[in-house]
Ligand binder design. Structure first.
Ligand SMILES: Nc1ncnc2c1ncn2[C@@H]1O[C@H](COP(=O)(O)OP(=O)(O)O)[C@@H](O)[C@H]1O
Ligand SMILES: [Mg+2]
Length: 246
């Protein structure tokens, strides 16, 4: 069942999938890290004995200086890296043992936003946003149905046919958010999404992420921008040298 916001007009609705966590495990946790340590092959200990439990529908900021382990933490959550020790459980999947089709299935339920947007320069905004759905075998009609609310949410309907190099940095980041959420994932991870943006554009991006959270998505945002975090009344965890700061 989709979760809808009562506040949005019908044309602006974005549908967030219900997490399957509840049925699968009987808990409301969508992300669980239990005593997680991550050491890279070069011997770098990026995370040390990290615990984290995120309930469905939460918004979490993770702050910390460069090199403190923020990106590694998100990579463990979307399965780009494996924990060296401990357990990572996301949306009912144990990442230590999830592979192949199951991992692809989980990844479709996670929207990811990066600092550097990662848009395809030769593709229009609409194409960039809809490519994910095409790859997943959605029909053209279904793609069209999903594209408009996603672009509306980020305020870029009028740029649907523009190419990324004709957009400002803030607009490019908003395209990447539309791309992340067009498949209506219940979990959104944003790794320093405002790292290349000025304060106004940063705020717009955070505002959109908070809006998605109000629609029912669970959102994790990493940042080293303390000002931005102070402006929001959201849960904050601070990481330093791979450990939570108490
Ligand atoms: N692929 C990698 N191989 C080796 N070391 C890495 C790798 N990725 C990150 N690191 C190291 O892990 C630590 C944490 O990095 P990262 O998670 O990127 O931190 P942050 O995102 O907070 O800047 C740093 O010391 C970094 O150099
Ligand atoms: Mg990082």
């Amino acid at each position: 069942m989709p979760v809808l916001t009562p506040k949005e007009s019908a044309s602006n609705k974005v549908y967030i999938n219900e997490s399957k966590t509840q049925e699968a495990s009987g808990t409301n946790a969508i992300v669980q890290l239990r005593s997680v340590t991550k050491s890279y092959p070069n011997g770098c200990h990026a995370l040390l004995d990290i615990n984290l439990e995120l309930t469905k529908g939460e918004f979490l900021f993770i702050t910390g200086p460069s090199g403190s382990g923020k990106s590694t933490l998100l990579k463990l959550i979307y399965g780009e890296e494996l924990a060296t020790q401990g357990e990572v459980i996301v949306d009912g999947y144990n990442l230590n043992t999830t592979k192949g089709d199951h991992l692809s299935k989980l990844r479709r339920r996670i929207g990811i936003v990066f600092q550097d947007y990662k848009l395809i320069p030769q593709r229009t905004v609409a194409e960039n946003v809809s490519l994910v759905l095409q790859a997943q075998g959605y029909t053209r009609k279904e793609i069209q149905r999903r594209l408009e609310p996603a672009l509306k949410l980020v305020g870029l309907v009028n740029k649907a046919n523009s190419f990324p190099d004709k957009l400002s940095g803030g607009e490019q980041q908003r395209v990447s958010i539309a791309r992340a959420i067009v498949g209506t994932p219940p979990l959104i991870l944003a790794d320093e999404p405002t790292g290349n943006l000025d304060p106004d554009n940063s705020w717009q991006v955070i505002d959109i992420l908070q809006k998605l959270n109000s629609f029912g998505a669970t959102v994790i945002v990493t940042t080293h921008d303390e000002n931005l975090v102070r402006r929001c009344n959201q849960k904050v965890l601070q990481i330093h040298s791979g450990r939570w700061v108490k």
